[in-house]
Ligand binder design. Structure first.
Ligand SMILES: [Zn+2]
Length: 200
């Protein structure tokens, strides 16, 4: 029986620093999937906007969000429990009716509810592939955050972008959208979701 071998070169094949770099690159090439510890951790604030780790994390988030046709992403999804999210609503294959907006990088976000009307609608998550669920969210929120240069900013999000924000913010608390679902009957297979959407 052949001996199974890790796809990663071992630390003895490479120098230790080089090995760490390869390991990090591999980690940054895949979205953390439901069950990974990092998705259940409380994310820590970012205090150094110039450190390479912050830049690498942000680049990985942007790349993997685009590759997965996502409309948002949170740093824990690229294996870093830091308070960084991107909200980037745009129409695409996963959300054809999403409004187009300039992507917003939000670091250390906090928010308050502007319109407490609760709207229940469908969501998916790159960390929970193949599943859609109906999730209640507030209609409108005001977010205070730092941009990627560390400058303090504020914005009001309404409707779908507000939903994306609340979904991504939950990731910073170690929550996923399934934790917000009111009934297991509101969880369905994505194939079924797409079929029903076509028929509607
Ligand atoms: Zn998610």
């Amino acid at each position: 029986m052949p001996v199974s071998r890790s796809i990663l070169p071992s630390a003895t094949d490479l120098g230790v620093d080089e090995y760490r770099q390869v390991a990090n690159m591999t980690e940054h090439n895949a979205i953390a999937q439901l069950g990974a510890d990092v998705l259940r951790q409380q994310a820590l604030p970012v205090d150094d906007f110039d450190c390479p780790e912050f830049r690498t994390t942000l680049a990985a988030m942007q790349r993997l969000m685009m590759a997965g046709n996502g409309v948002g992403i949170a740093a824990p999804q690229v294996h870093h429990a830091r308070q960084i999210i991107i909200v980037a609503s745009r129409p695409g294959s996963r959300y054809p009716h999403a409004p187009l907006m300039a992507p917003l990088v939000m670091v250390n976000p906090v928010y308050q509810v502007i319109d407490a009307t609760v709207v229940t609608d469908w969501e998916g998550c790159l960390s929970v592939p193949g599943i859609r669920a109906r999730v209640p969210r507030y209609q409108s929120v005001e977010v205070s955050f730092q941009n990627e240069s560390g400058e303090h900013c504020q914005c009001v999000l309404d409707g779908f972008p507000a939903r994306v924000f609340q979904h991504e913010y939950d990731h910073l608390l170690g929550l996923v959208f399934l934790d917000r679902v009111e009934s297991n009957r509101d969880i369905i297979a994505e194939t079924e979701f797409l079929k029903q959407r076509e028929q509607a």
